[in-house]
Structures are given as structure tokens and as C-alpha cells.
Design a protein around this ligand. Sequence first.
Ligand SMILES: O=C(O)CCC(=O)c1ccccc1C(=O)O
Ligand SMILES: [Mg+2]
Length: 371
Amino acid sequence: MTIPIKQLKLHKLNMRLKDPFTTSFGTFQDKEFFITELIDDDGNRGYGESVAFSSPWYSEETVKTNLHVMEDFLIPILKENQISHPDQVSDLFHPIKRNNMAKSALEGAAWDLYAKREKLTLAAALGGERKQIDVGISIGIQPTVDDLIQTIQHFVDAGYKRIKIKIKPGWDVEVLREVRKHFPDTPIMADANSAYTIDDIEHLQQLDDLNLMMIEQPLEHDDIVDHAKLQAVMKTPICLDESIHSLEDTRKAYELGSCKIINIKIGRVGGLTEAKRIHDFCMDKGIDVWCGGMLEAGVGRAHNVALTTLAQFVLPGDTAGSSRYWERDIIKPEVVVENGLINVPDQPGIGYDIDEEAMEEFTEWTRVYHF
Ligand SMILES: O=C(O)CCC(=O)c1ccccc1C(=O)O
Ligand SMILES: [Mg+2]
């Protein structure tokens, strides 16, 4: 049955992180993003969240390009076409090249609306069965090694099931050696966010002694060829993040042997439909996957929780509790981690309500599009 979409609301929000978060390419303090709200004739509301950052450091998309592409191309496509299932949104957006985070912000709202209309949890609508998901945490580059050790201790005590440490040239082998000394048995991985080149092979090979779960995106964002060369000479599994935008990218990385693990981010791959396709391919080929994060507020976090219920998400992801980044989140209840687990909500759709008061506090403006 056609989903009778009546309105789309685009809310522009701005939220300050509790603490700055530093990666090899820069520091985040404020997060600006869009909440998309699709409303049907029966008054159901589906929500999505955009994940592009303000600057094109992680990928070429930004908050402003997301707005441009949504307003000038994607929203008109949604207005001109009828859909009965969110998979069709992905097909309708296909002629627009890339801009995956803009696509995902709208496709996510269509998935939530669809699930609510069908009275299914988003997890069930996607085919997920887990009732609880394992969570890990991503720790930014710290001022000193002591700060890092203390921060790790804090999150280990809180129950997080694996610790991801951001690295960059000058903050890598020595730091990780020290960390390993303090935490001999903790599942630890490193994320370089593309900070190295193939000339660093010998340097990176030193990480093989540290029993890391994996090293994430050591080389250039668009270089699956050199990642294959690196994987061939390292026993530590390589995980690709920035390099994977689609099922096609996944297939090519698999055929080249560029990685053994894939970090699936819904926004980076253009939405839940493509994320699920990548998941299914990885399941078929025996590639382990986990769900990455983009410093999301509650709506995006809820989408990540739902996706992680799929069977091949066998490794703890980066979807921490709301309080890891936010003083106050925009959903009720907030996402809570206990003993390293998040309970998957059992209400229809994303399964969390919007905290309207919090939304108002963080909303800069709202635009309404009538269908
Ligand atoms: O906790 C999160 O949401 C993920 C944190 C993280 O590692 C990250 C944060 C900003 C940009 C890129 C990345 C990444 O996964 O590479
Ligand atoms: Mg990463």
C-alpha cells in the first residue's frame, strides 16, 4: 500500500558535545545536523538524522551540502513519486550521485514511518532479531598518555565491551604499547582515519605485536588497492570505514583482499537499505561487520541500534549511550548502556519518543514541505 505522505519537516539543530572529540583530521566540539520528520495522513511521524559534519574532513559532504542536495534534488524526488516501501527511496535516489548522507537522512525517516505504519520495530522491519546489542566505545586523541589510560579505565569500568583508540602519526605505536601494558586483556582496536600512506608499512607492522582486534582505515579514504597490499603483510585485521560507500565498494574490497572487517555507517552508505545489502553480502562471504558512529544525537543513535540487531553484526560497535556525548539528548528515554549492552526498544519504529522540549532547545529553524 502506498504510504500517504502529507508533509516533511526539516529541523536544523545544533548541539554542543560534553567534551571535544579529536581524530587524526581534526577536533569536534559542536554538532550541527538535520532531523527529518515525515508525516503521513494518519498522523504517524517517521524520523531520520543527517550525519555529515560542518567541514569536509571525514568525507566530502557537509551540513550545507546536505541541505542543498535535500532541498534542491531529493525532496522534489520524494514529492513527485509515491512509495510503498523504503527500499524504493533508495532506488529513486540512485540517479543522484553520491551525497549518501543527504540521502540517508531522508531514507531513515521513510524507514521509521514505514515501521510505525506496519506496527513493527525498526529492528524487526529490517529483519533483525537481537534483543540486546554489544557496545564498544571510541576514544579521541588525548592530551597525554595518562589521560588516555584514565579515560580507558573509566569506560572499561562502565562495562564497554571494546575500546577503540584514535591514532595518528606521533600518537600510535608507543601509545598503544603503553595502553596494552595497562590493559593486557581488554579488546582494543585502533582507528587512524586515513592518516598513513603505503610508505608507513613498516611502521604499521609494529602494531602486529599488540594483539589488536583490528586497525581501522589506516590509509587514504579512497585507496582500497594499498589497503590490500598492507593487509597482505599484516596479521592484524584491517577494517575499512571511509573507503566503503556502497555494496559495490564492499564487493571490490572483498575481491582485492583490502580488509577482513567492515564498519557499516548508515549515513556513509546512503541509508538503511544499502546498509542491509552490505550486511547480507558480508554474511554470505564471512566478513565480520560492526556499526560505526558519527557522534549522533538520539535519532541517529536509535537507527544504529536497530541496524545492529542484524545477525552479521558480530563485533561491538561505536553506538555508546546518549550520555557519552550529550548533557541532554533529544529522545525519551535516552539510549542507555548497562554492562556493555543496549536493550533494543520494543515500541514501533525507532522505539524512542522525541523529547519535544529538548528538540525545541536545540532547534535553530524548521522548514515545512507539503506533499
Ligand atoms: O562514537 C562515535 O559516534 C564514533 C566516533 C568516531 O570514531 C568517529 C567520529 C567522528 C568521525 C569519524 C569517526 C570514525 O568512526 O572514524
Ligand atoms: Mg573510523
